[in-house]
Design a protein around this ligand. Sequence first.
Ligand code: MEV
Length: 321
Amino acid sequence: MAEARAPGKAILFGEHAVVYGHPAVAVAIKAGVQVAVSVNKEWAVEGRPLDPTRHPHLKSIISRMPRESGTYSFQISSTLFSAAGQGSSAALSVAAHLALRKQIGEISSTIDAAKSAHLAEADAQSGRASPTDTATSALGGCIVVSSSLPPIAKHVFSAELKTSEGLRKWDVGTVDLQDDSNPPSLVLGFTGNSSKTGKMVAMVADLISSNPKKKHDLDSIGEITEVGLIALASSQWEAVGMAMNACHDRLVSLNLSTPHLERLIESVRPYSFGAKLTGAGGGGCMMALTKEPARVAQMIELCGAKAMISPLHNKGAQILG
Ligand code: MEV
């Protein structure tokens, strides 16, 4: 048996705009997905034959396994909210890639895992997927993804994808966050309504083609992200919060928020540097950056959502054995 674990992610700035080449900044969170694989007479998940419609990401990861490498059973455990904007499918894909490669005795780097998992996300999102979630889950820490990386980021790898809107290219880099003796925490609030990333990304593509002026919102998210990243790298938390709030306004303009997300965000802003929806939107999660995580978590729960507190800095994917 081989086992691997990969964390979920929270996007501080840049979701949706990154699909079009603008920068996005994401951090790995504490919660994640653990995958164990063992030899089996057929591909299976939790003791049942693998159903590709239920597990499109696993199907895609398997399609890149070397021929004649056998069939395996997956056991999956997750501390992430599912289909909630926390990168659960990216974490599943990264952990499954690493566990399978370890099981067949092949050495695979976290960069290989990020690349294979990105292709799995693209397969599941009709070709429109940036490498943000998968790179953050694989590499951990703070990740920047952009068609052209800002100088503050250290380049790690490049990715490209053919989409119905043309060829997209991204560079993936890491950013070192300064040591801060009392850093803020992230608090994520799950509305309880799952949302499909592929559907939300397609909705934005349709909105832009029917109303090209809406592209300004994506351009503006790109500009805010650049400013927010500089604030983040120098621990200027008030400025980070302002950039988060400004990104959220543009996501609202792209019809990505919901009344429940708005209630949650409004209720935590008095106790936070900033709060916004995170991930694909249309349900899923909001997040707050705060030095009062217990109070913010309580506000979230009072508004009928589930709260999760995470430190700002977390490790990437790991092979467990
Ligand atoms: C989803 O977590 C982030 C999106 O920007 C999609 C993507 O980057 O592939 C909405």
